[in-house]
Design a protein around this ligand. Structure first.
Ligand code: V4E
Length: 218
């Protein structure tokens, strides 16, 4: 088992009745938060073209989301391994970029500077969260005018992914008003609007999928 947990999640479009539906299902409010995410990549986009997402979430710390091996991406959901320990993050960054770690890189900022990583996205999310059993539901509003919700489960091992996936999709079906439409994440919309060349590169690399329709403004 590689270090870090595996996040199984599915995004959906929330509606005016989503929170009432959550309450009716027995979900418990789990608080509100506001945070800025800063995302980093090499100037030639080698991390995100390899589907690796390094971010500094202000108030929470560094995190690297990477595609887990052996788990094919399911329809309507994503699975990513989440690394939060500096050693695991730096090790994975060096592996993807084909660089030997340097002694001063035991903390992420040293590696970010040494590897020449640059910020490519920065935005604030206002989030309201709910818990239902082992699932979490986040209702997000990003400061660039896009709202999206997600159902998420965190599991510790790949063999736990299929059951978590079924639970996530079941709750999504109960809450989403978008049917079987794949709903884009904040980053897809951010890049399309603010970094169109980066967005095109990721479409070409097959990391992001084309948007089906222009999402609603909120
Ligand atoms: C994995 C990923 C990105 C990193 C951000 O992931 P996301 O879960 O969208 O952000 P957020 O703020 O909800 O993080 P959380 O608080 O849940 O940890 S940016 C793009 N990806 C890949 C990706 C993808 N290919 N398709 C979809 C629908 N989402 C993400």
């Amino acid at each position: 088992m590689p270090s870090g947990s595996i996040e199984v999640e599915s995004k959906f479009e929330a509606g005016p009745d989503t929170e009432a539906r959550l309450a009716a299902l027995g979900a418990a409010p789990a608080g509100s938060s506001s945070f800025r995410d800063l995302y980093y990549d090499t100037p030639d986009l080698r991390l995100t073209r390899a589907d690796h997402w390094l971010r500094l979430r202000q108030g929470a710390g560094w995190e690297l989301k990477c595609p887990p091996v052996l788990v094919p991406p399911p329809a309507m959901a994503t699975t990513y391994q989440e690394l939060t320990s500096p050693r695991a993050i730096v090790g994975r960054l060096c592996g993807v970029l084909g660089v030997a770690p340097v002694p001063g890189w035991d903390q992420v900022p040293g590696a970010v500077a040494g590897l020449g990583l640059q910020e490519f996205a920065s935005f604030v999310t206002q989030r309201r969260s709910y818990r239902l059993g082992g699932l979490r539901v986040d209702l997000d509003q990003a400061d660039f005018g896009y709202a999206v919700a997600e159902v998420e489960a965190l599991v510790g091992a790949q063999e736990d992914v299929p059951v978590a996936l079924e639970e996530v999709l079941q709750l999504r079906r109960a809450l989403g008003r978008d049917g079987a439409t794949r709903v884009p994440g904040k980053m897809s919309i951010y890049l399309q609007r603010h970094r169109p060349r980066h967005y095109q590169e990721l479409l070409l690399a097959g990391v992001l999928r084309p948007l089906v329709a222009e999402p609603q403004q909120h």
